[in-house]
Design a protein around this ligand. Structure first.
Ligand code: IPD
Ligand code: CA
Ligand code: CA
Length: 266
Protein backbone atom coordinates (compact mmCIF):
# COMPACT_ATOMS: atom_id res chain seq x y z
CA UNK A 1 0.00 0.00 0.00
CA UNK A 2 1.70 3.16 -1.23
CA UNK A 3 0.00 5.80 0.92
CA UNK A 4 2.16 8.61 -0.46
CA UNK A 5 1.04 7.81 -3.99
CA UNK A 6 -2.59 7.62 -2.87
CA UNK A 7 -2.26 10.94 -1.03
CA UNK A 8 -0.85 12.61 -4.15
CA UNK A 9 -3.69 11.21 -6.26
CA UNK A 10 -6.31 12.42 -3.77
CA UNK A 11 -4.76 15.90 -3.60
CA UNK A 12 -4.81 16.15 -7.41
CA UNK A 13 -8.39 14.89 -7.46
CA UNK A 14 -9.51 17.45 -4.86
CA UNK A 15 -7.85 20.25 -6.83
CA UNK A 16 -9.71 19.13 -9.96
CA UNK A 17 -13.10 18.79 -8.23
CA UNK A 18 -12.33 22.04 -6.38
CA UNK A 19 -11.99 23.78 -9.76
CA UNK A 20 -15.43 22.52 -10.70
CA UNK A 21 -16.95 23.81 -7.42
CA UNK A 22 -15.18 27.18 -7.71
CA UNK A 23 -16.34 27.67 -11.31
CA UNK A 24 -19.92 26.84 -10.37
CA UNK A 25 -19.74 29.29 -7.44
CA UNK A 26 -19.10 32.17 -9.86
CA UNK A 27 -22.48 31.77 -11.59
CA UNK A 28 -24.57 29.72 -9.16
CA UNK A 29 -28.28 30.30 -9.60
CA UNK A 30 -30.18 30.15 -6.29
CA UNK A 31 -33.26 28.69 -7.95
CA UNK A 32 -31.22 25.47 -8.10
CA UNK A 33 -31.14 25.12 -4.30
CA UNK A 34 -32.92 21.96 -3.15
CA UNK A 35 -34.17 21.19 0.35
CA UNK A 36 -33.24 17.87 1.89
CA UNK A 37 -35.48 17.12 4.89
CA UNK A 38 -35.89 20.58 6.42
CA UNK A 39 -35.85 24.13 5.06
CA UNK A 40 -32.35 24.68 6.49
CA UNK A 41 -30.76 21.44 5.29
CA UNK A 42 -29.86 22.30 1.71
CA UNK A 43 -28.11 20.79 -1.28
CA UNK A 44 -27.61 21.43 -4.99
CA UNK A 45 -26.37 19.72 -8.14
CA UNK A 46 -22.89 20.95 -7.20
CA UNK A 47 -22.70 18.73 -4.07
CA UNK A 48 -24.06 15.77 -6.02
CA UNK A 49 -21.82 16.23 -9.07
CA UNK A 50 -18.79 16.75 -6.83
CA UNK A 51 -19.55 13.45 -5.05
CA UNK A 52 -20.01 11.67 -8.38
CA UNK A 53 -16.62 12.89 -9.60
CA UNK A 54 -14.87 11.96 -6.34
CA UNK A 55 -16.42 8.50 -6.17
CA UNK A 56 -15.60 7.64 -9.75
CA UNK A 57 -11.91 8.53 -9.26
CA UNK A 58 -11.52 7.11 -5.73
CA UNK A 59 -12.68 3.73 -7.08
CA UNK A 60 -9.69 3.80 -9.45
CA UNK A 61 -7.23 5.11 -6.87
CA UNK A 62 -7.92 2.23 -4.46
CA UNK A 63 -10.00 -0.54 -6.04
CA UNK A 64 -12.23 -2.46 -3.64
CA UNK A 65 -12.33 0.17 -0.90
CA UNK A 66 -15.80 1.07 0.42
CA UNK A 67 -17.06 4.64 0.11
CA UNK A 68 -19.34 6.53 2.46
CA UNK A 69 -20.41 9.92 1.09
CA UNK A 70 -22.83 12.54 2.34
CA UNK A 71 -24.84 12.61 -0.86
CA UNK A 72 -25.87 8.98 -0.72
CA UNK A 73 -22.85 6.90 -1.67
CA UNK A 74 -22.64 3.82 0.55
CA UNK A 75 -20.48 1.21 -1.16
CA UNK A 76 -19.40 -1.80 0.87
CA UNK A 77 -15.68 -2.46 1.30
CA UNK A 78 -14.18 -5.55 -0.34
CA UNK A 79 -11.05 -5.08 1.76
CA UNK A 80 -10.06 -3.28 4.98
CA UNK A 81 -10.33 0.21 3.47
CA UNK A 82 -13.15 2.76 3.56
CA UNK A 83 -13.28 6.29 2.14
CA UNK A 84 -15.39 8.82 4.08
CA UNK A 85 -16.11 11.88 1.95
CA UNK A 86 -17.96 15.15 2.13
CA UNK A 87 -18.02 16.44 -1.46
CA UNK A 88 -18.86 19.99 -0.37
CA UNK A 89 -18.58 20.96 3.28
CA UNK A 90 -20.03 24.42 3.74
CA UNK A 91 -23.00 23.97 1.42
CA UNK A 92 -25.02 26.80 2.94
CA UNK A 93 -22.07 29.17 2.44
CA UNK A 94 -21.69 27.99 -1.15
CA UNK A 95 -25.38 28.48 -1.91
CA UNK A 96 -25.31 32.02 -0.52
CA UNK A 97 -22.06 33.00 -2.23
CA UNK A 98 -20.00 33.05 0.96
CA UNK A 99 -16.62 31.72 -0.20
CA UNK A 100 -15.87 29.34 2.69
CA UNK A 101 -16.27 25.71 1.65
CA UNK A 102 -14.17 22.60 1.26
CA UNK A 103 -13.91 19.02 0.08
CA UNK A 104 -13.18 16.54 2.84
CA UNK A 105 -11.73 13.08 2.23
CA UNK A 106 -10.56 10.48 4.75
CA UNK A 107 -9.27 6.97 4.21
CA UNK A 108 -9.85 4.46 7.02
CA UNK A 109 -8.09 1.11 7.45
CA UNK A 110 -10.01 -1.20 9.77
CA UNK A 111 -11.85 1.86 11.14
CA UNK A 112 -8.63 3.78 11.86
CA UNK A 113 -7.75 6.85 9.78
CA UNK A 114 -4.63 6.63 7.63
CA UNK A 115 -5.12 9.63 5.32
CA UNK A 116 -6.95 12.94 5.45
CA UNK A 117 -7.33 15.70 2.87
CA UNK A 118 -9.31 18.92 3.36
CA UNK A 119 -9.25 21.12 0.27
CA UNK A 120 -10.37 24.69 0.94
CA UNK A 121 -11.64 25.67 -2.46
CA UNK A 122 -11.51 29.48 -2.51
CA UNK A 123 -7.87 29.90 -1.46
CA UNK A 124 -6.72 26.57 -2.95
CA UNK A 125 -5.36 25.55 0.44
CA UNK A 126 -4.92 21.81 0.67
CA UNK A 127 -4.55 20.45 4.21
CA UNK A 128 -3.33 16.87 4.25
CA UNK A 129 -1.68 14.13 6.27
CA UNK A 130 -0.99 10.42 6.17
CA UNK A 131 -0.35 7.79 8.84
CA UNK A 132 3.00 8.22 10.63
CA UNK A 133 3.58 11.52 8.85
CA UNK A 134 3.34 15.20 9.58
CA UNK A 135 0.46 17.48 8.58
CA UNK A 136 0.75 20.00 5.76
CA UNK A 137 -1.01 22.98 4.20
CA UNK A 138 -0.01 22.67 0.56
CA UNK A 139 3.76 21.97 0.90
CA UNK A 140 4.23 23.68 4.26
CA UNK A 141 4.32 21.65 7.46
CA UNK A 142 1.71 22.75 9.98
CA UNK A 143 1.42 22.44 13.77
CA UNK A 144 -1.28 23.36 16.25
CA UNK A 145 -1.05 26.61 18.19
CA UNK A 146 1.24 26.62 21.21
CA UNK A 147 -1.20 28.82 23.16
CA UNK A 148 -2.35 27.10 26.30
CA UNK A 149 -4.75 29.55 27.92
CA UNK A 150 -8.35 30.20 26.96
CA UNK A 151 -7.81 33.94 27.46
CA UNK A 152 -5.50 34.04 24.41
CA UNK A 153 -7.55 31.67 22.27
CA UNK A 154 -9.79 32.07 19.25
CA UNK A 155 -12.41 29.32 18.93
CA UNK A 156 -14.87 28.13 16.32
CA UNK A 157 -18.19 26.35 16.56
CA UNK A 158 -21.23 25.54 14.48
CA UNK A 159 -24.96 25.75 15.05
CA UNK A 160 -26.68 22.40 14.58
CA UNK A 161 -29.70 21.94 12.33
CA UNK A 162 -31.30 19.33 14.59
CA UNK A 163 -31.52 18.25 18.25
CA UNK A 164 -32.36 21.72 19.41
CA UNK A 165 -33.55 20.25 22.73
CA UNK A 166 -29.94 20.80 23.86
CA UNK A 167 -29.83 24.40 22.63
CA UNK A 168 -29.93 26.02 26.10
CA UNK A 169 -26.95 24.01 27.28
CA UNK A 170 -25.15 24.78 24.04
CA UNK A 171 -25.83 28.49 24.27
CA UNK A 172 -24.51 28.41 27.83
CA UNK A 173 -21.25 26.92 26.58
CA UNK A 174 -21.02 29.62 23.92
CA UNK A 175 -21.77 32.35 26.45
CA UNK A 176 -19.02 31.14 28.77
CA UNK A 177 -16.46 30.89 25.98
CA UNK A 178 -17.41 34.37 24.77
CA UNK A 179 -16.54 35.72 28.20
CA UNK A 180 -13.25 33.82 28.44
CA UNK A 181 -11.64 33.90 24.98
CA UNK A 182 -10.71 36.23 22.12
CA UNK A 183 -13.97 35.21 20.50
CA UNK A 184 -15.85 32.52 18.62
CA UNK A 185 -16.12 32.13 14.83
CA UNK A 186 -18.83 30.27 12.94
CA UNK A 187 -17.14 29.55 9.61
CA UNK A 188 -19.84 27.21 8.32
CA UNK A 189 -17.55 24.30 7.44
CA UNK A 190 -16.50 21.84 10.13
CA UNK A 191 -13.75 20.51 7.86
CA UNK A 192 -12.21 23.99 7.62
CA UNK A 193 -12.68 24.59 11.35
CA UNK A 194 -10.61 21.47 12.05
CA UNK A 195 -7.98 22.35 9.45
CA UNK A 196 -7.64 25.83 10.96
CA UNK A 197 -7.07 24.33 14.41
CA UNK A 198 -4.48 22.03 12.83
CA UNK A 199 -2.49 24.98 11.45
CA UNK A 200 -2.85 27.17 14.54
CA UNK A 201 -5.19 29.83 13.14
CA UNK A 202 -7.71 28.71 15.75
CA UNK A 203 -6.95 27.25 19.16
CA UNK A 204 -10.11 25.15 19.43
CA UNK A 205 -13.34 23.99 17.82
CA UNK A 206 -16.42 22.33 19.27
CA UNK A 207 -19.77 21.33 17.81
CA UNK A 208 -22.47 18.68 18.17
CA UNK A 209 -24.64 16.88 15.67
CA UNK A 210 -21.78 16.45 13.24
CA UNK A 211 -21.52 13.48 10.93
CA UNK A 212 -18.53 11.29 10.11
CA UNK A 213 -18.08 12.93 6.69
CA UNK A 214 -17.89 16.40 8.28
CA UNK A 215 -14.99 15.48 10.54
CA UNK A 216 -13.10 12.35 9.44
CA UNK A 217 -10.55 14.11 7.21
CA UNK A 218 -10.01 17.21 9.34
CA UNK A 219 -9.82 15.38 12.67
CA UNK A 220 -7.06 13.13 11.37
CA UNK A 221 -5.07 16.07 9.97
CA UNK A 222 -5.42 17.81 13.32
CA UNK A 223 -4.14 14.77 15.20
CA UNK A 224 -1.13 14.53 12.89
CA UNK A 225 -0.49 18.24 13.54
CA UNK A 226 -0.22 17.53 17.27
CA UNK A 227 -3.80 18.32 18.26
CA UNK A 228 -6.37 16.48 20.30
CA UNK A 229 -9.87 15.42 19.28
CA UNK A 230 -12.45 13.84 21.58
CA UNK A 231 -16.18 13.68 22.14
CA UNK A 232 -17.66 15.82 24.94
CA UNK A 233 -16.90 13.11 27.50
CA UNK A 234 -13.23 13.25 26.57
CA UNK A 235 -13.47 9.82 24.89
CA UNK A 236 -12.80 8.71 21.31
CA UNK A 237 -16.33 8.49 19.96
CA UNK A 238 -16.29 11.71 17.92
CA UNK A 239 -16.55 10.20 14.44
CA UNK A 240 -19.99 8.63 14.69
CA UNK A 241 -21.06 10.04 18.08
CA UNK A 242 -21.93 13.55 16.89
CA UNK A 243 -20.12 15.52 19.62
CA UNK A 244 -16.66 16.85 18.94
CA UNK A 245 -14.13 18.94 20.84
CA UNK A 246 -10.85 19.68 19.06
CA UNK A 247 -7.92 21.76 20.18
CA UNK A 248 -4.24 22.40 20.12
CA UNK A 249 -3.26 22.92 23.75
CA UNK A 250 -6.46 23.97 25.54
CA UNK A 251 -8.33 20.70 25.61
CA UNK A 252 -8.68 20.35 29.37
CA UNK A 253 -10.00 23.91 29.74
CA UNK A 254 -12.46 23.52 26.86
CA UNK A 255 -13.76 20.17 28.04
CA UNK A 256 -14.15 21.46 31.60
CA UNK A 257 -16.58 24.15 30.44
CA UNK A 258 -18.35 21.94 27.90
CA UNK A 259 -18.91 19.15 30.41
CA UNK A 260 -20.15 21.43 33.16
CA UNK A 261 -22.84 22.90 30.88
CA UNK A 262 -23.64 20.02 28.54
CA UNK A 263 -24.17 17.26 31.07
CA UNK A 264 -26.18 19.29 33.56
CA UNK A 265 -29.79 18.31 34.14
CA UNK A 266 -32.51 20.31 32.35
C1 IPD B 1 -22.17 21.35 7.61
C2 IPD B 1 -20.95 22.20 7.96
C3 IPD B 1 -21.29 23.12 9.10
C4 IPD B 1 -21.80 22.36 10.30
C5 IPD B 1 -22.98 21.48 9.93
C6 IPD B 1 -22.59 20.55 8.78
P1 IPD B 1 -22.52 20.68 5.05
O1 IPD B 1 -21.89 20.47 6.55
O2 IPD B 1 -19.85 21.41 8.29
O3 IPD B 1 -20.17 23.87 9.53
O4 IPD B 1 -22.21 23.29 11.28
O5 IPD B 1 -23.36 20.73 11.04
O6 IPD B 1 -23.69 19.75 8.44
O7 IPD B 1 -23.99 20.42 5.16
O8 IPD B 1 -22.21 22.06 4.62
O9 IPD B 1 -21.81 19.61 4.27
CA1 CA C 1 -20.55 18.60 5.92
CA1 CA D 1 -21.71 18.41 2.45
Amino acid sequence: MDLLRIEKNVIDLCAEVGNFIRNESFHFDRSRIEQKDTFSNLVSYVDKESERKLVSSLKKILPGAGILGEEGTDTKSENEYLWIIDPLDGTTNFLHGVPIFAISVALMRNDKPVLGVVYEVSHKECFHAIESGKAYCNEKEIRVSAISSLEESLLATGFPYYHTEKKDQYLDIIKTFLEKTHGIRRLGSAAIDLAYVACGRLEGFFEYDLKAWDVAGGAFILQQAGGKVTDFKGADNFLYGGELCASGNIHKEMLGIIQEKWFREG
